[in-house]
Design a protein around this ligand. Sequence first.
Ligand SMILES: [Zn+2]
Length: 295
Amino acid sequence: MTHFSTKQIAGVYHRRVGNYLVTALSDGYLDMGYDIFREFAPHEVDLMMQRDHRISPPRISINCFLLRGPSGTILVDCGSQDSFGPTAGKLFENLAAAGVDRAEVDYILLTHCHPDHSNGLTDVKTGQRLFPNATIILNRKEFDHWFSDEEMAKADERKRERYFRWTRQQIGPYRETHLRVADDGEEVLAQITMVECAGHTPGHSTWFIHSAGEQMVIWGDLAHVSEIQAARPEVSMSFDHDPEMAARNRTALLARICDENILVAGMHIHFPGFGWLVREDKAYRIATEQWQFEI
Ligand SMILES: [Zn+2]
């Protein structure tokens, strides 16, 4: 029984949304502690996770999404490289497994600047851009915050290192020539609109794809643990920049996504990360999308 590989096949999954081919690419996973939740007791976490046969405290996926269509090749978030140890940092091998060279990527849309989303931009040893032809697009507020020396001085040392310095190292080499900032509601590329949903970070944003009558939202960290936060949108994370704002904006956007029946792609929903919001009790649950056999 031991002569089989314990390694799963490549973390690559394709789906079509209108004129875009959307490819979920796994960057791996992270095991979290109970302390990621703000004011939510471990026994409540266990109860909600175990009800769904999930690992508790939660094990969460890290997903990136590649879009290929009218505006070229677009990567939404770019993984964590070597910042989280052996279970993460798999984006590049999965991108290669999908047959895509990093040099082919035209744009990188960032949901926000946290190391599990934006630490795959630059080789910090050489200062080289890992996506030599890509232009980063991110929320102006997000850029302004992490590049503000005044904000950096207010943060504790851990945040100064892991959020401010790392963001500057990662985005720095793109800043002069390969960076565009965008504002809430802006259609940044054909059929792709940035919709701000701040709180988790000051400019945390989601990306809406409207194409040929279909709609999808790539929701970033709108929920880290959707088994809990779809049902209890008021539960925020200990590392949210503004937990009350995060909860308020999450509650509003979840309602819109459900009301408009929009397909969800989530960075921390179990790979491949696609699903639909279904009303349940006073809130929602995520119905993960069934496997599609043909693209
Ligand atoms: Zn995240």
